[in-house]
Design a protein around this ligand. Structure first.
Ligand code: PMP
Length: 375
């Protein structure tokens, strides 16, 4: 069997090896042309002819790895795989939605060079994705954020050149001080601005229908049975769930919700019971039902406590070498709870949205963990 090598636009087949230490290769391009190449056996030579690079940072969004959990799955016979979204260049799953929202707005003419992108970014990740793409494409950015976010996240947005407006967490969404309302006002007052509105913009769930879903389907070769994800805007679970269910209707999607958020009660009772309470998990859970969540693609919603999620984040780092944030850890807690009753041949994919590096001063800081009663 001769070795082969895949490059961006061609397959290289080694048809004779080591003639005077040189290799004879057959190069078949994606357009079908064939040439013989006589070359020393070094990767550099392949790269000379088929350089592999992205034209800019936005091209490296997506294609994130799927990793099997090994130690945390004690007593579980199903295969539990986690999809590591922190590998995206902006550090989270929200790069996908930022790219799709900007592409769609450019295509429709709503966003033009030199314009200002405005958004309310609950956990900062949407802002980072938008700011990163804006830097490449020449847009200004202004973001509003709730004050429960870590200092690291606020500084990250500023590092990409964004202007950040911090708003109180503990006010109702319709309160004029809330980060939603402040962003709305800024969008009205700023000329030539594009308000992304990730909570109602269809480009958000579509991003996952177009990229996250197909990636998971291909990576599991269609053998996925369960998809588990936390719900913020609901874009990830709704878009990915729609795609996966269209491929195989038996695929079950499980939403994970922090205690204090509205989703769990809404899903099970169809009522927005009492006013949502604050919780510490960052990036998931809501205090209203956004237009971007589609419950018809969600088969169950499970809930987790702050303590379970924060302790799981520490275990993921120490036992699996996977450093993620609290929403990822919450998804794993929910997933393992469901996986306990699944059979050996079941394949579960759990989506991990961002990195633990954003939370070193919280999750991985003993003082903070003790102060919040999480240890
Ligand atoms: N986790 C983190 C850390 C996030 O930033 C977000 C986005 N708010 C989510 C999970 C939830 O993703 P989605 O908005 O697509 O439901």
């Amino acid at each position: 069997m001769f070795p082969s090598l895949q490059s961006n636009d061609a397959m290289l087949f080694c048809i004779h090896s080591e003639i005077n230490e040189y290799y004879l290769l057959l190069r078949i391009s994606s357009l079908g042309s064939c040439v013989f190449v006589f070359t020393p056996p070094s990767r550099e030579v392949f790269c000379c002819n088929n350089m592999q690079y992205a034209k800019n940072i936005t091209e490296s969004i997506g294609s994130t790895p799927l990793i099997k959990l090994n130690k945390l799955v004690e007593g579980i016979v199903a295969t539990v795989l986690v999809k590591l979204e922190y590998v995206n260049p902006g550090g989270s799953i929200k790069d996908r939605m930022a790219l799709n929202a900007i592409n769609d707005a450019e295509k429709s003419g709503r966003l033009k060079k030199g314009n200002t992108i405005i958004e309310c970014t609950g956990s900062g990740n949407t802002g980072i994705g938008l700011a990163m793409i804006a830097a490449v494409r020449g847009y200004k950015t202004i973001f509003t954020m709730p004050d429960k976010n870590s200092a690291e996240k606020i500084n990250l947005l500023k590092a990409y050149g964004a202007q950040v407006v911090i708003c109180p967490t503990a006010v109702a969404p319709e309160d004029p001080r809330s980060y939603y309302k402040v962003a709305e006002k800024l969008a009205q007052e700023t000329p030539h601005s594009f308000f992304v509105q990730q909570y109602s913009n269809p480009s958000n769930p579509n991003a996952h229908y177009l990229s996250t879903g197909p990636e998971i389907w291909e990576q599991t070769e269609g053998s996925i049975d369960y998809f588990v994800a936390g719900m913020g805007t609901g874009g990830t679970i709704s878009g990915t769930g729609k795609y996966l269910k269209e491929q195989k209707k038996e695929v079950k999607t499980i939403g994970v919700d922090p205690i204090g958020s509205l989703y769990y009660d809404y899903y099970h009772t169809k009522k927005t019971v009492d006013a949502a309470k604050t919780y510490l998990i960052e990036g998931i859970g809501e205090d209203f039902i956004p237009g971007t969540i589609n419950f018809s693609y969600i088969d169950d919603v499970v809930r987790v406590t702050d303590k379970e999620a924060y302790q799981m984040a520490r275990r993921l780092a120490r036992e699996e070498g996977i450093l993620v944030g609290s929403s990822s850890a919450a998804a794993v807690v929910g997933a393992l709870h469901v996986a306990k009753r699944l059979s050996e041949d079941t394949i579960m994919v759990v989506l991990l949205p961002d990195s633990g590096r954003n939370y070193l001063s919280k999750i991985f800081n003993d003082e903070w963990m003790k102060e919040k009663n999480l240890l």
